[in-house]
Design a protein around this ligand. Structure first.
Ligand code: NDP
Length: 270
């Protein structure tokens, strides 16, 4: 029996144990997946303790994704681009770090929402850990334009400066500069939904047939309400991303890809 856990602070709310238990049942894998509350100043010790107890790996959530990146002995290319790690694999006494958030988001949009990103104009709201994690995979989907807008504009600028744009027009902005601009996809990667705050976004942001995506899940956020009021038909929360990033972590650990649709249905029904 292999053991895994999600490490966070807070962690009580995490749905990862339920999701991984469902994946294990579905694929006939023998594993146990729990929750570990780490002290804010004790992440490295928490990881060392799990390693000593023979755990096979762990997921990492708020606020430890950046610390997990520095703690890992080696990281994958996509984790290096993100500068953050959400999946740890313990192997031969070492720690391999990966980041599955970006691929989780892109898979949810492309496969579950059946919404193509190639050639589209994407607005990414936020420049924190979640936005960093998804920027690389979003660029790989070859949008025509990707604009990162953040309350603290300098952070969006720094994020854009570090990224490899390829053929995409990549730029940074403050919310006020978005007036008069139109996007096919608007992704809310800010944590403004947690405090129920409305982002100061201008009217006229959404193109016809646009997708509005909030990475938060579990309830209607002010951003989702704003999109509906603007007439957007396709308004989606981050539950699909959550399940898809978990499926990618499961694949890293078990080399098996679980079906995600029934698990999303199960979590949504809770
Ligand atoms: P961070 O704390 O790293 O970043 C927070 C971001 O939100 C910053 O860009 C910050 O702007 C912005 N922000 C916060 N409050 C406001 C506000 N009132 N008005 C405008 N901007 C604001 O958080 P994360 O990036 O880790 O998480 C962001 C969200 O993504 C969370 O809601 C989280 O739950 C969700 N998430 C969902 C996942 C999923 O699987 N569905 C996976 C990962 C995250 P500034 O820089 O100016 O402070």
């Amino acid at each position: 029996m292999d053991h895994y856990a999600v490490i966070g602070h807070p962690v009580e709310h995490s749905k990862s144990p339920l999701i991984h238990a469902a994946f294990a049942r579905q694929t006939g894998q023998q594993l146990e997946y729990g929750k570990v509350l780490s002290p804010l100043d004790g992440f490295a010790a928490t990881v060392a303790d799990l390693q000593a107890r023979g755990y096979a790996g762990a997921n990492v959530t708020v606020p430890f994704k950046f610390e997990a990146y520095t703690l890992a002995d080696s990281v994958t290319e996509r984790a290096r681009h993100a500068g953050a790690v959400n999946t740890l694999t313990f192997r031969d006494g070492g720690i391999l770090g990966d980041n599955t958030d970006g691929v989780g988001l892109v898979r949810d949009i492309l496969d579950n929402q059946q919404f193509a990103l190639a050639g589209k104009r994407i607005l990414l709201l936020g420049a924190g850990g979640a936005a960093e994690g998804v920027l690389g995979p979003l660029l790989e989907s070859l949008p025509a334009r990707l604009c990162v807008a953040n309350r603290t504009v300098d952070k969006a600028g720094a994020m854009v400066a570090r990224a490899q744009a390829g053929g995409t027009r990549l730029d940074a902005a403050g919310f006020a500069e978005l007036t008069g601009q139109v996007f096919d996809v608007v992704i809310n990667a800010t944590s403004s939904g947690l405090s129920n705050e409305r982002l100061p976004l201008p009217a006229g942001l959404f193109a016809d047939g646009a997708l509005a995506y909030d990475m938060m899940y579990g309830r209607e956020t002010p951003f989702m309400a704003f999109a509906r009021e603007a007439g957007v038909q396709r308004v989606v929360d981050g539950l699909g991303m959550l399940v898809e990033q978990a499926a990618e972590a499961f694949f890293i650990w078990r080399q098996m890809r679980p079906a995600t649709a029934p698990v999303m249905e199960m979590v949504r029904a809770l």
